[in-house]
Ligand binder design. Structure first.
Ligand code: BES
Ligand code: MN
Ligand code: ZN
Length: 496
């Protein structure tokens, strides 16, 4: 969709549909009042009839009102006039987008000007509205023969503002870039693992390098990783017919400045390996590359916006399969950092590929390193599917990420990474075991990674719960945490 800003009054706006807020207890918004005045009181009398009460997400489509230039007026319930929560706002935008998409209107103008969403500025409303609108229209079609199509889909949305026009226009660009990044992340996540292999991800990264002048992509193959001593990463891919790839996307938006390194787990299918997973729902392990998908989405979003910052997207990509040459429980491998690892469970493979990528990230002299990984089922037990798990070796970085989560409404919650947990990784036969003893599975996974991040400021995002919606009709990738990551990078820039 395309997005614009309008400063016309709702009665004077010439489009297919103007969208006007009605608040609870049938209170009219300022745009509804203006439209009421130009229609001889029609809006108030229709609302009085009781077909719309103002509950968040209710809609009522009106046609051919005298005194209004546009043929349609969509009334939308926006909850309490005094203020609503972000989730209500998402409900409202989803309802409006679906209604418009199913109507014959191809363009519309939104008058949501006096909506109070937790006191957030109009720029936030516009960015968030675009993210939610695009998200609600997302459809996976790539491997369907007859994808559903909409007649007269909605193609152009304008946002009314009477303040900060330039900033609101920028907010539309931000929203679209983030939405596009999420779209890419969802598409990559939803692709089946026989299409989306490590080589496929590498090709996508090459594509992104061609698409944007300031992104340079390099791919390391298994031989090159072997010479670097990445024995941990390669032990995982050894059990698979698909060769591993180490993908680097270097986004250069600023001159001399240390980069932010984003490391995304790119496990294109996680069968568990010899520690095979149970069959129920195993198809969802195609989503085990959603960390890398969020790195792809973040790199394209910031490249589209030309953000003045340096970011490296680093993606270790492999499959985890059972095979005659696969890791066996008890095997000991040597990581690039030189530490030996006893593999007590071959299903704890994410950390095995991430640890070598984290060591590799040292060479970029990073300002900070953030890894994003569908790392543990335990994080779903702790936080469910709403909240990303966050652990860090630096509280300032943790706070900045938590804040970015709140700002973008793509939230995380911190778990402790205290030394007390480290001993759970003790091994009788190697420097470290790849799983902890009982309990705190998400924390011990982060503890494992922390052994490879001592030389830099680092945070870990466990997105096993938030990266996709599980099971049933709603099954699919979410595109999270692209909004949080882009927000974090934007916040870094505005603090400089
Ligand atoms: N990719 C999984 C984590 C996961 C599990 C994501 C369920 C989403 C849903 C990861 O590789 C894994 O298998 N982790 C194990 C670790 C365990 C063996 C210590 C887990 O969480 O069960
Ligand atoms: Mn696993
Ligand atoms: Zn995994």
């Amino acid at each position: 969709m395309q997005y614009f800003v309008t400063t016309n009054t709702p009665a004077a706006e010439k489009t297919d549909c103007v969208v006007i807020a009605i608040f609870e207890q049938s209170l009219l918004s300022s745009a509804a009042t203006a439209l009421n005045d130009s229609t001889n009181g029609r809006i108030a009398s229709i609302v009085k009839r009781g077909d719309i009460t103002g509950k968040a997400g209710q809609t009522l489509l009106l046609h051919d009102l005298d005194g209004v230039k546009s043929p349609r007026v969509l009334l939308v319930g926006c909850g309490k006039k005094t203020g609503i929560k972000e989730n209500d706002f998402n409900t409202i935008i989803t309802a409006v987008t679906k209604m418009l998409d199913n109507s014959a209107a191809e363009q519309a103008s939104l008058y949501l000007n006096d909506l109070n969403v937790s006191d957030r500025p109009v720029q936030w409303l516009v960015t968030q509205a675009i993210i939610v609108a695009e998200s609600s229209l997302y459809q996976y079609t790539t491997t369907k023969s007859n994808p559903k199509t909409t007649k007269n889909p909605i193609e152009r949305l304008s946002f009314f503002t009477d303040v900060n026009e330039v900033e609101v226009r920028q907010a539309t660009a931000n929203g679209l870039a983030i939405a596009n990044g999420m779209h890419l992340a969802r598409e990559l996540g939803d692709l089946p693992a026989n299409v989306c292999t490590p080589s496929y991800l590498a090709e996508q990264a090459e594509q992104i390098g061609k698409q944007f002048d300031n992104v340079t992509t390099t791919i390391l193959d298994e031989d090159e990783m072997e010479s670097l001593g990445m024995g941990s990463l390669l032990s995982v891919s050894r059990g698979s017919r698909q060769p591993a790839k180490l993908i680097t996307m270097n986004y250069q938006g600023a001159n001399d400045e240390k980069p932010v390194v984003l490391v995304g787990k790119g496990l294109t299918f996680d069968s568990g390996g010899i520690s095979l997973k149970p069959p129920g729902g195993m198809d969802e392990m195609k989503y085990d590359m959603c960390g890398s998908a969020s790195v792809f989405g973040t790199i394209t979003a910031i490249a589209e916006l030309n953000l003045p910052i340096n970011v490296i997207g680093l993606v270790p990509s492999s499959e985890n399969m059972p095979d005659g040459d696969a890791n066996k429980p008890g095997d000991i491998v040597t990581s690039m950092a030189g530490k030996t690892i006893e593999i007590l469970n071959t299903d704890a493979e994410g950390r095995l590929i991430l640890c070598d990528a984290l060591t590799y990230s040292e060479r970029f002299d990073p300002a900070v390193v953030i890894d994003i990984a569908t790392l543990t089922g335990a994080i779903i037990v702790a936080l469910g599917s709403k909240t990303t798990g966050l652990m860090a070796n630096d509280q300032k970085l943790a706070d900045d990420l938590l804040q970015a989560g709140l700002d973008s409404h793509d939230k995380a919650w911190q778990l402790p990474l205290w030394d007390e947990y480290q001993e759970q990784l003790d091994s009788n036969f190697a420097d470290i075991a790849n799983i902890g003893s009982k309990g705190a599975g998400s924390i011990t996974a982060a503890c494992f990674l922390s052994r490879f991040t001592e030389k830099f400021t680092w945070a870990h995002l466990d997105i096993a719960g938030t990266a996709w919606t599980s099971g049933g009709k709603a099954k699919g990738a979410t595109g999270r945490p692209v909004p949080m990551l882009v927000q974090y990078l934007m916040n870094r820039i505005s603090k400089n």
